[in-house]
Ligand binder design. Sequence first.
Ligand code: FEO
Length: 404
Amino acid sequence: MLPRKITDKIHLLGAIDWDRRLFDSLIPLPDGTSYNSYLIQGSEKTALLDSVDPAMSHVLMEQLESVGKLDYIISHHAEQDHSGAIVDVFANYPKAEVICSKHGLDLLRSHLSLPEECFKVVEDGETLSLGDKTLEFVYTPWVHWPETMVSYLLEDNILFSCDFFGSHIATTEMYVTNEGKVYEAAKRYFAEIMLPFRKSIQKNLEKIAELNIDMIAPSHGPIYSNPGFILNAYKDWLSDESKNLVTIIYVSMHGSTRSMVEHLVAELAERNIETAQFDLAVTDIGKLAINLVDATTLVIATPALRVGPHPLVVNAVYLASVLRPKAKIAAIIGSYGWGQRIVETIGPMIADLKLDILEPILIKGAPQQETFDRLKEMAQTIAEKHKQLKVGSTKHRLQKLPRS
Ligand code: FEO
């Protein structure tokens, strides 16, 4: 891919990673991803904003071949998918300064092999003149690492946001054209890495809202020429309001736990509660994470394997506890053969989430009418608690939001 013009002096560089299917050896990338880098050529100085994943460094280096001088390499975020190729860039432009935040310095030095004197730390709110272009650096910590910052190009009202507002999509479209598709991809990305830092990111969003932004240029996925679309989406995802949604994670080995899940889903539907059930043996955990952004109630359904919960359930519960979802209520259901210690295992894993945990329904063998009656009572309890909590509507949950 050749450098692509945004304006005469601003170009999109970087690499499209069509085939990447996992991030952090965990997060599914059904649509691949991109590592966007931006080149700003001011009347006096030239700056490269972020680099690319080291595996695709050669793509960026080819794009830079016609760039005679580089004065600054701006590193918004030290994670390797953006900082990894800085070493190669610096090797070609050894006089360039590597600009980073205070925390960025420590992280970049521990991740990259670069001389100490090449780094220049900028403060929150500091500006850098490129001649006729001026970058303002805005600290946005914990998106999703402690050092993260963004840059705002004053003359063009463009926010270079790195991971913030990003979406994992491999596409040759420079700008967002299909907001529905990007909405889900951006929400998946938000759920997987931003959700645990919701409170910090809320503050960052407020800080950014003070800027007059015409365009948001992230480091993953297409550029937002209608920034209100993604700013509104983030406002919703970051809010404390959870939705009228129950997320059920389950495994069933011989059908008993599945039967319990299906009865509970039917009873919840009777009460106009949206439910999403995820069979952990086959599910895409990204879809599960998206649902955890909104769910008020998390139901954990498991058979006993020996006497503990199924290992896939343990894995998903651990993931949910790491993501720190907005959920306020939890329930544990399932069946066992001869004995179980399911609550004793799962309970401590979700203790930090401070959930209102309902009376568990754990039965020996196949569910009978008495089990179904208890599941009906559980659905009624969930419905009453959702009402008390004044949960939000699920209307726009997986759709694009209206344009601002
Ligand atoms: Fe895209 Fe946190 O790296």
